[in-house]
Design a protein around this ligand. Sequence first.
Ligand code: SF4
Ligand code: SF4
Length: 332
Amino acid sequence: MNPSISLPDNGRFFEIRFESIGGLGAHAAGQVLATAAVLKMGLNGAHFSSYGSEKKGSLVRSFVRLGPAQRPIRTSAPVETPDAIVVFHAALLRNGATFAGLYRDGTFIYNAPARSVPKELAQLPSSARAIGVDALGIALKEQSRPNAVLLGTLCGAFPFLDAEKVLEALAEEFAGRHPEALAANERAFRRGAEEFETLKGVGRAEGDLPVARAEPAWGFETQPVGGIIPEPGNTVWNDLSASRAGFVPVFNRERCIHCGLCDLVCPDFCLVWEDGEQGSRFERELVGVDYRYCKGCLRCVESCPASAMTKKTETPGLADRLRVPLFPELVA
Ligand code: SF4
Ligand code: SF4
């Protein structure tokens, strides 16, 4: 489906899937978009989100389905074959399911620093449109949130989404609860609508991308005996990178006095220690951070008395470059 001024009536709905983590405002963005479409643009629309434990950092998907006013929407199923996917957090690009089901001529909007082209975009269909926008950077500068920026980009990419109407709905959403955020959200939205970069031909896949549908592993004939754990797991396999909202602690060993205060406040035990070197006055020395387990709360930075931990903006690949594995034997 190509962008055009009116919603194309090609027999199916125009479907959008927001891929996000809790705390970045994907649910609110979907709600604002569907509200604007139905109440202000004369379209029919539906919206709902799917999330687990409703905690900051857990996976959230938000679905918006739009159609002409006269066509009823009788499904409330998740959007499996989207015309557009909007990715709120760069870490989600590592999950193949983020790309699932995109049409060959679909649009993939991702949040990443300007001029960065994540290698994961190669999974896209070769005929798809990829659109990058530094939603986090803009949101931080304008004291807004990535959802306002990404809504702006979506409207910029699809002119049939009336940007002024979406902005009105965005203002109404925040007018009651956060009136102080209105001006900042509008600035972020307008920058999102203009400051994006369109890339073509970054994908290598041919045709529509396959749908990711979780089939039930067990039915009445195959379910295992109760009371056993067939696939024992361990929190060692957890990957909390997607919980970070733009910042990482960066460790400077030269400054460290190995006092351990950072380890006392770290909620996820991601700091890596080794025996002190021969002749060192420290029995144990801090050697780095395992970013696999770091959720970017920055308590270590706040508590460090020697400025050995500093807050840095997370750029693509930074955490992978600086990571010191806590369990080297498990690193693939
Ligand atoms: S709090 Fe600072 S000085 Fe102390 S161990 Fe941690 S990084 Fe080093
Ligand atoms: S930011 Fe620091 S305290 Fe927070 S999880 Fe990461 S290493 Fe631990």
